[in-house]
Design a protein around this ligand. Structure first.
Ligand code: FES
Length: 124
């Protein structure tokens, strides 16, 4: 079935990112918004998550980290960031903005409208 490049929804526009297989397993694909980058991650179970590509610690590029379960390890100082909530795993404290994703017919769509509740920064 053909998919449109984008669809309007109540939360804004969905961007077509590509197929699930276009995202490296345990890695990420970067989407540039002009303002900042968004890292779209793929877990071992082929679950897709999208986070702003900035670690809440010192803005490390999370897209270059390794996915471990439902977390990504920041490549700079090894903070672990929960892919679903964007929260740093204790004892570290901080939050990275998360973005809605959906998969239709094995195609990944990303919303550029961040989920609420995360300031995308270290909170201590
Ligand atoms: S910048 Fe990510 S752990 Fe320091």
């Amino acid at each position: 079935m053909e998919s449109a490049n984008s669809q309007k929804t109540h939360s804004g526009e969905w961007l077509k990112i590509g197929s699930v297989n276009d995202i490296p397993k345990l890695g990420a694909r970067v989407v540039q918004t002009g303002e900042y980058d968004i890292a779209v991650f793929r877990t071992a179970a082929d679950t897709i998550f999208a986070l702003r590509d900035e670690c809440p610690h010192k803005q490390g590029p999370l897209s270059q980290g390794i996915v471990q379960g439902d977390r990504v390890a920041c490549p700079l100082h090894d903070w672990k960031i929960n892919l679903e909530s964007g929260n740093a795993v204790a004892p570290d404290v901080g939050c990275t903005a998360t973005f809605p994703v959906k998969i239709e017919n094995n195609t990944v769509f990303l919303s550029l409208q961040a989920n609420e509740g995360c300031p995308n920064k270290q909170t201590t």
